[in-house]
Design a protein around this ligand. Structure first.
Ligand SMILES: O=C(O)CCC(=O)C(=O)O
Ligand SMILES: [Fe+2]
Length: 330
C-alpha cells in the first residue's frame, strides 16, 4: 500500500499515485484498504493520480479530437454560444474572460462547459438542474458547424465511463470519511473542455493559463495533455509542486464542497496551470459536486471544540454560483 511521502518538515513534495484496481471489488477489505489510501491523500495533499481508472484511451481520444475541432471554429461561431448569454454559465468562455486569481489579470485559456444530461430523449430535454441558482439547459454548437460534437459528448461522456468513474469515487470518499458508502447520494456533474494557447512574446507574470485557485465542487477528475508540464499544486509550505502528466493516469483533486462537508479535514488544495511550452495545450476537467439544492453541512464528527465550524452552511448551488460570478464578473 502506498501512502503519501512527506518530507522531514511535514510538507508533501509530490502528488501520490493510487491504483484503483480494487474500486469495484466485492471484497470490503480490499475496498477498505483503497479508501485508506484515498483518505491519506485527501488529508495531506488534496490531489492524487489514479491508475487503472477504467476510462479507455479511445474514449478520451474521441473527446480530445472534438475539443480541438471546437476550439478551431471561428471566434464568431464560438461567441454564438458564449456563456454570458446563459444564466447558468454553460457554453463558451473566451480567452481572458475568466480570472481565477484576483491578483492576476485574466486566465489565458478558452473553455466550453456543459452539465450532465440524459440523452435518451431530445437534446436539452433534461437540463442538469430544473430549478435553483444553477437552473438552465446546456448550449451546444450547431450540428452544421460542428457535426457529431453533441453525439460525441453524449456517447463518450454522459453515458459512459468518465461519469461512471466519478460515481464510483463517491462511495470511496464516503468510506474514507467513515460514512456508509451511499452517503453522497446526489451528484451534479459538469465537464469542461479547455484550450491553452502557447504563450509567446514578453511574459506578463499576471497572465498565466489558469491562476491560483481551488475547485468549487466535491472533486475533479482531470485529463491533461501528455508530455507537457503545466499543472502545479501548492503545498502546505507554500511551494509550487509540479504535477506533470503520468502516462495511463488521471489526476483527481478535491474541491471546496468536500472541504465544507469535512470542515477542512479533506483539503481543497490551491493549484494553477502555466503553459509556457510553446505549443497548444488541451485539458479536460470533469467536476463532480453534490446536487445544487443540497446544503453543505459538515459531517458531525468533523466538528469539535478543537475544530470549530469554519464555513457558513449554504447550498451547493449558491456556493458554485457565487464562485462563477466572482471568476467571470457577471
Ligand atoms: O488545465 C489544467 O491542468 C487545470 C484546470 C483547472 O484547474 C480547472 O479547470 O479548474
Ligand atoms: Fe482547478
Amino acid at each position: 500500500m502506498s501512502l503519501v511521502a512527506i518530507s522531514e518538515d511535514g510538507h508533501f513534495q509530490e502528488v501520490p499515485v493510487i491504483d484503483l484496481k480494487d474500486i469495484r471489488s466485492n471484497d470490503p477489505v480490499l475496498r477498505g484498504a483503497l479508501a485508506f489510501q484515498v483518505r491519506d491523500a485527501c488529508m495531506r495533499v488534496g490531489f492524487f493520480y489514479v491508475s487503472n481508472h477504467g476510462i479507455p484511451e479511445h474514449i478520451i481520444d474521441g473527446v480530445l479530437e472534438m475539443s480541438k475541432r471546437f476550439f478551431a471554429l471561428s471566434t464568431e461561431s464560438k461567441m454564438k454560444i458564449e456563456h454570458r448569454k446563459t444564466s447558468n454559465f454553460k457554453g463558451y468562455s473566451p480567452l481572458l474572460s475568466g480570472n481565477n486569481d484576483p491578483e492576476n489579470a485574466g486566465d489565458l485559456q478558452e473553455g466550453f462547459e456543459f452539465g450532465w444530461e440524459e440523452f435518451d430523449a431530445a437534446p436539452n430535454s433534461h437540463p442538469s438542474e430544473e430549478s435553483g441558482p444553477m437552473a438552465g439547459a446546456n448550449v451546444w454548437p450547431s450540428e452544421l458547424e460542428l457535426p457529431g460534437f453533441l453525439q460525441c459528448m453524449a456517447d463518450r461522456v454522459c453515458s459512459h465511463s468518465a461519469v461512471n468513474l466519478g460515481k464510483a469515487m463517491f462511495p470511496l470518499f464516503a468510506l474514507a470519511l467513515n460514512q456508509t458508502e451511499n452517503f453522497f447520494d446526489d451528484k451534479a456533474t459538469l465537464m469542461k473542455l479547455l484550450h491553452y494557447p502557447p504563450q509567446t512574446g514578453a511574459v506578463d507574470e499576471r497572465v498565466i493559463g489558469i491562476g491560483a485557485h481551488t475547485d468549487w465542487e466535491c472533486f475533479t477528475i482531470l485529463w491533461q495533455q501528455p508530455e507537457l508540464q503545466a499543472l502545479q499544486v501548492l503545498n502546505s509550505d507554500k511551494k509550487w509542486i509540479n504535477a506533470p502528466p503520468i502516462p495511463g493516469t488521471l489526476v483527481i483533486n478535491l474541491g471546496d464542497q468536500f472541504a465544507r462537508w469535512t470542515n477542512d479535514i479533506f483539503k481543497s488544495t490551491v493549484h494553477r496551470a502555466i503553459n509556457r511550452s510553446g505549443v497548444r495545450r488541451y485539458s479536460i476537467p470533469l467536476f463532480f459536486g453534490t446536487d445544487y439544492n443540497v446544503k453543505l453541512e459538515p459531517i458531525p464528527s468533523c466538528v469539535s471544540p478543537d475544530r470549530p465550524l469554519k464555513y457558513e452552511v449554504i447550498t451547493a448551488g449558491e456556493y458554485v454560483k457565487s464562485r462563477l460570478q466572482a471568476t467571470y464578473n457577471h
